[in-house]
Structure formats: structure tokens, C-alpha cells
Design a protein around this ligand. Sequence first.
Ligand code: SF4
Length: 209
Amino acid sequence: MNQEVLRTLENMKKRGFIVHTFDTPEEMGNFVVWAIGEGESVGFGGSVTVQDLGVCDALRERGNPVFCHWPKEGEPLKTPEEIREIYKQAHFADNYITGANAIASNGAILNIDGTGNRVAAIANGPKTVYFLVGENKFVKTEADAKERCKLKACPGNARRLNRMTPCAGAGYCTDCLSPGRICNSAMWVWHVPQGREFHICVAPGELGI
Ligand code: SF4
């Protein structure tokens, strides 16, 4: 694992995070399935990394109640009402699994959200939260973290979700006011809140957007 990342993880420990590093993304995915108890419910926040690892399906197949708003392969798209209901159930689950848009070297995590379900659940939702990330999410300063969101994560997600936003075409943020705006709220975790358990799980290489 990159030395800068390891130094950041030491800073995250001081901020109350429980740190896990893995040799491969698959190992990371298997770990989180193993760490969650049988029968415990699990909510999911939008994350390409988590989606690509197939964690939601693995937990569902094991019989855990899962609240995941992205469709299973071959399933029809969910209606907006169904998605809102899943967000609510995910917020009150035992565990929450998501990614991160950027992590600054001081150990603070930044997440930007379109609907706010993910930032709300991280702020005050399930007791235990797992953040699954690749080394590509680590940057130097908090300003760099914000820049990463605006130059990389938001344009990439806007394209992925077919949003008609300026960043989807230009590849950078114009601080638009378009109805399809993808970045409507943002949240820093500077320290793990009292009574909660936040796990940061890191695998080598580029994962997610
Ligand atoms: S403000 Fe608009 S252009 Fe900027 S990242 Fe968000 S959606 Fe894209």
C-alpha cells in the first residue's frame, strides 16, 4: 500500500476510525460480508466501488435483509417512490455500506450527494458504517478533496447516470443550477461521532469514480 495512504490511515485512527487494509478489492468485499452478522440488516449508499464488488448481492444471498436502491441485474428499474422507501429503510438498518468521494491526508472524508440519503445516513443513521475505497480516493488537502469531487467524481457520476449537467459534457464543474444537478449536499466526517463505529476499508489501485 502507498506510504501516503498509510500515513493518512494513521491520522484516521486518531479520528476514531477502525482501519482495514487489503491486498485485493475482492478480499475487501469478502471481509465486509464476513464482518456483518447473519440476520443483521444492511443499508447501502450509492457507490460504484461497492456495486462493482457485488457486496449487496452476496449479503442478500446469505439471507441478510438488504436495502439497496440500485437494481439487481435483470430486474426492472425501481420507481421514485420505491427508491424513497429504500432510503428510509437503509437509514434505520443495523449497518451501512458506502464509498467515499475523497479522503484528505489529515484523515477527513468528503462525500457529495444528489439526494442526500447517503450523507444523512453517514451523519446520523446506522450505528456501524463501512466505507469501501481504493487508493485513488486519497488526496493531500481538504481543498484537493473538494477539487477531486468537482473535477472527477461529479462529472463521472453525471455521465454514468445520464444527467444533463454541464460537467457531464465539459468534464469539470461550472457550479450549475441545472435541475439534474448531481451535487446538492456535501458532508465531511472529521471525527467518528460518539456511539457509532466507522470502518475504513482500503484496497490497492483505482476503484469507483
Ligand atoms: S454543480 Fe453542476 S456542473 Fe458542477 S459538479 Fe455539480 S452538477 Fe456538475
